[in-house]
Ligand binder design. Structure first.
Ligand SMILES: NC(=O)c1ccc[n+]([C@@H]2O[C@H](COP(=O)([O-])OP(=O)(O)OC[C@H]3O[C@@H](n4cnc5c(N)ncnc54)[C@H](OP(=O)(O)O)[C@@H]3O)[C@@H](O)[C@H]2O)c1
Length: 296
């Protein structure tokens, strides 16, 4: 993604509403809220989250009640609920309000990368909606992923993992939250164990990065992949937005009532640590979300 330099990055954020733009009715000054920022779509520094005051879009703001800001930040991503529940993406049946995670609907979803920020939330949402979740992570992250309620957890470094996942039978949905050559290759070994020449299980893979890029494996005939890119403001997503982000909507209730769970925050601060935090993410984090405390 091209950004002009200098800029201020950072998303999502949490804090107190300090001032309202014209016509804002969803929240009031003093409300405790969390939301994604517009920095990557608007590309202006005032929208970046790595600062003490930041301009956000009313439509994306979620009231969080008494939930600590640090705890709310890893939970407020729109990516997993849009990937899973938008009618234009995987179109899973949405969880009831309140959810009944123990009533299974008999469908299975592979969420590759269960210890990632996006994968962990995806497990939580899919479970709330009654899906059987199959996921991968490093062995050290099994307890974390287990605590999110994943049904089947496999070590992504074990070469036998694709075969063992294949033994679980038909998988209805495929979500690659890692979308690196290693994850794509592992998913293809489940779907086409003998390569293009052998039997191929037709499937559509939703992925968080494009599959069509250098280094990624070629998809055999019958297997398609799509990168998940989602605009909460698009007209076609209005109905999803109402469900997820309206006042009293699923994210607000899910965060306040503890239904939505993800990786724990790893807090650093204050703002002078932003560069260090970006380096940590660049080098690769495991089972946590780096959160900058701007007032420390
Ligand atoms: N399209 C979108 O809208 C969108 C939105 C958000 C993020 N993204 C992209 O989605 C990806 C995930 O983001 P995130 O923030 O969720 O990531 P993250 O939390 O930084 O992911 C870290 C996890 O990735 C796992 N991992 C790293 N290398 C791996 C490999 N070779 N094979 C299997 N697992 C591996 C690690 O698992 P273990 O430590 O357990 O080994 C680690 O827990 C990023 O590329 C990000 O840019 C896209």
């Amino acid at each position: 993604m091209k950004m002009s330099y200098p800029t201020i990055l950072g998303s999502p954020i949490a804090g107190v509403v300090e001032a309202l733009g014209p016509g804002v009715t969803k929240v009031s000054v003093g409300d405790r809220v969390a939301c994604g920022t517009k920095i990557f779509s608007q590309k202006q520094a005032k929208y970046g989250g790595h600062q003490r005051f930041c301009v956000v879009d009313e439509a994306e703001v979620v009231e969080i009640g008494d939930v600590p800001f640090i705890q709310a930040i890893p939970l407020v991503s729109y990516t997993p609920p849009s990937a899973l529940f938008s009618p234009h993406r995987l179109a899973l049946t949405r969880p009831t309000i309140p959810p009944s995670p123990d009533s299974k609907n008999g469908k299975k979803i592979l969420i590759y990368g269960g210890s990632s920020a996006m994968g962990s939330l995806s497990i939580s949402y899919a479970r709330l909606a009654g899906y059987t979740t199959i996921t991968t992570c490093s062995a050290r992250n099994f307890p974390l992923v287990q605590s999110l309620g994943a049904d089947f957890i496999f070590d992504h470094s074990d070469p036998d993992t694709p075969r063992r996942i294949r033994e679980l039978g038909k998988i209805d949905y495929w979500f690659d939250c890692i979308a690196l050559p290693a994850s794509a290759s592992a998913i293809l070994k489940i779907l086409a164990p003998d390569g293009e020449e052998g039997a191929v299980t037709p499937a559509h893979i939703l992925a968080l990065l494009p599959y069509e890029r250098p280094g990624m494996p070629k998809l055999p005939k019958g297997i398609t992949a799509q990168m998940h890119l989602f605009s909460t403001g698009a007209e076609e997503n209005r109905e999803w937005r109402d469900w997820a982000l309206s006042k009293g909507g699923f994210l607000e209730r899910g965060i306040k009532e503890g239904w939505i769970q993800g990786v724990p925050p790893k807090v650093i601060g204050g703002l002078e640590k932003v560069g260090e935090g970006l380096d940590m993410v660049f080098e690769g984090v495991s089972g946590c979300k780096v959160v900058v405390e701007p007032w420390a």
